[in-house]
Design a protein around this ligand. Structure first.
Ligand SMILES: Nc1ncnc2c1ncn2[C@@H]1O[C@H](COP(=O)(O)OP(=O)(O)O)[C@@H](O)[C@H]1O
Ligand SMILES: [Mg+2]
Length: 307
């Protein structure tokens, strides 16, 4: 485990920003810390980085205690804050050189590395323009370059796609997957934009009022939030009322709806084989049959709107 936290708490006056949070992240994972604004994501991140002290609980990052060994943690963690700042009148390349120096990398060693990371984040063509002329998307990419420069084991990205148009956000997310695949680093990203980030996360934790209210793969959360059951979706040609009746009485099936040849079958367990057989036995044509997975957006709504 590269991140291990147990019973973390952080209070700001009477506000319990983090309220008994436990978190485990494995090496090589892309973990999404998701939740609405104010749910405690940034505070959790600041605790992991040793930038704020927890009021309670235990935390280890790569085996180090961020409270007492903040420098050791800093050496192996790359951090992209919510609002990353650069020197506006310096170019991207100059900003990175400055950051490399701060990390103790001499110019002669950083030159090649800077060029590599600029290419990796797709900024090599504009690397010699002042950062003041950059869009938010370009700044975020430069922020990711900044994270990569020091070759961290763990990258913590706070709301990396917020404020960026969908296309730019998609590119940044693809870049994050690339980073993990090529450099085998672990990534913790936070976001309140569930639908945007869910496709790249191996696991997600959903935060609400300082607590982790759900955790797992997106598929696992989908299965849980549909009440221990699951839903199948079948595209069928020639579905008649007899077929629907036959499906409804199959063991394990709770209910069936049909719309334009698309069957939705809610069931207690995976009865795909039985469903397929019944469809064929009724002389209908089965075009597609799959388990319906829920988007995180749907899961999120279930958790946060009284579901
Ligand atoms: N420095 C601070 N002082 C006082 N309250 C804070 C501070 N930072 C965060 N909070 C409060 O803690 C709660 C969690 O905030 P935060 O961790 O920033 O959530 P998120 O990143 O999920 O939006 C919010 O109610 C916020 O107003
Ligand atoms: Mg935040």
């Amino acid at each position: 485990m590269i991140v291990q936290a147990q019973g973390l708490r952080k209070a700001y006056g009477r506000i319990q920003a983090v309220d008994g949070l436990s978190l485990e992240i494995e090496e090589g994972e892309i973990y999404g810390l998701l939740g609405p604004n104010g749910s405690g994501k940034t505070t959790t991140i600041l605790i992991l980085l040793g930038l704020t002290e927890p009021s309670g609980g235990e935390v280890r990052v790569a085996g180090f205690n961020p409270v007492r060994e903040a420098l050791k943690v800093k050496r192996i963690v790359g951090y992209l804050p919510e609002n990353v700042g650069f020197y506006e009148d310096l170019t991207a390349r100059e900003n990175l050189r400055y950051i490399a120096r701060l990390n103790g990398i001499p110019d002669r060693d950083s030159k090649k590395r800077i060029q590599e990371v600029l290419e990796q984040v797709g900024l090599s063509d504009v690397a010699d323009r002042p950062v003041g002329t950059y869009s938010r998307g370009m700044r975020q990419r430069l922020g990711i370059a900044d994270v990569l420069i020091k070759q961290p084991k763990l990258a913590i990205l706070d709301e990396p796609t917020t404020g960026i148009d969908p296309e730019g956000a998609g590119q940044i997310l693809d870049m994050i997957v690339e980073m993990r695949n090529q450099q085998r680093l672990t990534i913790l990203l936070s976001s309140h934009l569930l639908h945007q980030v869910q496709r790249v996360c191996d696991r997600v934790g959903i935060m609400h009022q300082g607590k982790l209210v759900a955790e797992g793969t997106v598929d696992e959360l989908g299965a849980k939030s549909s009440g221990e059951g699951l839903e199948l979706e079948a595209q069928v040609r020639g579905a008649g009322p007899e077929l629907l009746a036959a499906l409804e009485v199959l063991e394990g099936v709770r209910g069936v709806t049909c719309e334009d040849g698309r069957l939705r079958i809610s069931c207690e367990r995976d009865v795909r084989a039985q469903v397929a057989r019944a469809i064929l036995e009724h002389g209908a044509e089965l075009l597609e049959l799959r388990r319906r997975t829920f988007t995180l957006e749907e899961i999120y709504l279930r958790y946060f709107q009284g579901g």
